[in-house]
Design a protein around this ligand. Sequence first.
Ligand SMILES: [Zn+2]
Length: 388
Amino acid sequence: MEQRKGMNNDTLRSRNRGLVLKLLATEGPLSRVDLSRRTGLSKMSVSNIIAEFDELGYVEVHGELSVQGSGRNPIALRLSDAAPKLIGLFVFRDECAAILCDMRLNTLKESRAALNNDNAAQFADILFGLVDSVWPDAGTPLGIGVGSIGPLDLRNGMILDAPRFHGIHHVPIVRILKERYGLPVQLDGQYDCAALAEKYFGAAREYRDFIFLGVSTGIGSGIVSRGELLRSAAGYSSELGHMSIDWRGNPCVCGNRGCLETYAGLQVVAPRLRRDCGRPDAPFEVFCREAERDGASAAWPALNSMTRALASGLTNAVNLLDPQAIVIGHAGYYLPDQCLATLETEITRQRLAKRPVKIVRSAFGAEAQVRGCACCLLDRVFKGEFFR
Ligand SMILES: [Zn+2]
């Protein structure tokens, strides 16, 4: 990111604290020497930061690291259970969820509520009920991270007019949560949150450039470029599902034609699977499991066609962004191994630079976007916003 402002001592101080917290949360336990080596900070600076965290009760001794050679073994440190907690709030078309988690993304409490046409008028009360139900028994959380269905207006903290969202639109979600709880609130797209969860704790820890692809009724994405979540100037999320793979193709709700999600979204694929397999009520994952077991399953034609469409859309994205990996999540997590292998081969064959791109499943099953909603706030914690 272009750095247009200078950094005074206070800014540097908080950034260094965020960095140490990030390493302890995502890679701990670590010794002071490890932390110094990883951050480039002097051993004295690391010791001072650890002393401050120790005084606050945020760190504890994990044990001695055994090191070959003579001398004292270094002490490994980890975040303690007393370190601050965060709340993540997930807003989706048919379900909302809240989690309470620690800075290592361990879920401590979780609560879910269905969202439908019957209860949409009580949307704010449903969210309040969820947050209240996961509130920590002791202490105050650092804040609330919201991962939501889009489109969003991130500058004004609003959920705009998501398609098929029970008539709910233009919700100033950041303001209403701040007013009720008096805490920092960070809003991001659900798949941007999922991408952050994969970056810090999941399948993309070793990648600086990757795409998270969420396949559900529609298709969404989160892009991490050079280790940072890619956000537009206006704050919109990336919308890979609305990248066209045929300019004369299927009309889409967005106004364009041939959008990827009109071929590979479950709103199209799931009805075909049910029809082809003669099972009108089965969910997508059941067909995927059957196909995984049986190469002759009636599910294969629909899954193959979905895979070809995904390969086409993802090739566009790969030509544009040249990521190291693509993490597939939400219901896309259930796609059989064979589909992921085909995606990998086809994208490499179709892209201009014939370099392979890794296709990996989300480390959080079909739940990266739920786990990730706290991560948009955690991303700010790790950048040092909360510790001065
Ligand atoms: Zn579209």
